[in-house]
Write a protein of this length. Structure first.
Length: 256
């Protein structure tokens, strides 16, 4: 048995040891808590700073966006103004009335057509297309023996689109202008019909009398010079679809 004094001293020592251990544990946990709290506060401050910076940058971003929109609209407007300035002006009705012939220059020779007086809408459309240089560089894309030679398709400029030749137009159509008294014979120039009683830019120079076209195709005019050139073109070999075996180009059209 331990003396009572020794027991008391030993008990006191154990109590102190337990108290110190407990104190250290509490302090350790407190320190960890403070550390975690500081870390959370640091993250919150960083996020606040980022949000503040983004908020401050919003006016700058809006300014850049507005600048880009205004610049794009300005470019579009400027382009339209330039195109309108460079585009040839349509001729007046009085000017069109004075035009009586159109001379087609091809790589086979020249063909002169006397334009119709009756079908004013068709003539006006044709003259304005010529005036805008629409026909220059097009091909005679279709030859049908004992019928005619056809041109006026803008797609014929591109050899890669040969499968589509014959389907192109000026981007719009006009109603046919036909009359029961029309005469369609060798040398007559008619607008190519699209099946809906309308036409656009394509036309056919007839190489054989074709009265069955009356009431279906609008007359543009008739050949008064260069029928030998038309005949030469019509004799070029062509495939089943009518596409000629050699290139026949409409170089230009001169109005007079």
């Amino acid at each position: 048995m331990w003396p009572s004094e020794a027991r008391e001293q030993w008990g006191t020592l154990i109590k102190r040891q337990l108290y110190i251990s407990h104190f250290l544990q509490v302090e350790g946990n407190s320190s960890l808590g403070y550390y975690k709290r500081d870390e959370c506060q640091s993250d919150t401050m960083a996020k606040k700073q980022q949000f503040k910076k983004f908020h401050q940058d919003i006016p700058k971003l809006l300014g850049i966006l507005i600048f880009l929109v205004i610049t794009s609209l300005s470019i579009v407007y400027l382009r339209s103004v330039i195109n309108a300035y460079l585009a040839p002006q349509k001729l007046s009705d009085e000017q069109i009335k004075k035009i009586t012939t159109a001379t087609l220059t091809t790589n086979f020779g020249e063909i002169t057509i006397k334009l119709t007086k009756e079908n004013t809408a068709t003539k006006t459309n044709f003259v304005n297309l010529v005036h805008s240089d629409f026909y220059s560089g097009l091909r005679f894309h279709r030859i049908v023996p004992d019928f005619g030679i056809q041109t006026g398709d803008p797609l014929s400029r591109n050899a890669a689109k040969i499968a589509q030749w014959g389907s192109g137009s000026a981007g719009y159509t006009l109603d046919q202008e036909t009359h029961t008294e029309d005469v369609i014979k060798k040398g007559t120039v008619v607008m190519a019909a699209d099946g809906n009683r309308t036409h656009s830019s394509q036309f056919i120079i007839i190489t054989k009398d074709s009265p069955w076209l009356v009431g279906h195709n609008t007359i543009l005019g008739e050949v008064v010079s260069g029928m030998d050139v038309v005949e030469s073109i019509s004799h070029v070999a062509a495939g089943v679809t009518g596409i000629p075996s050699e290139e026949i180009t409409l170089l230009s059209i001169h109005l007079k």
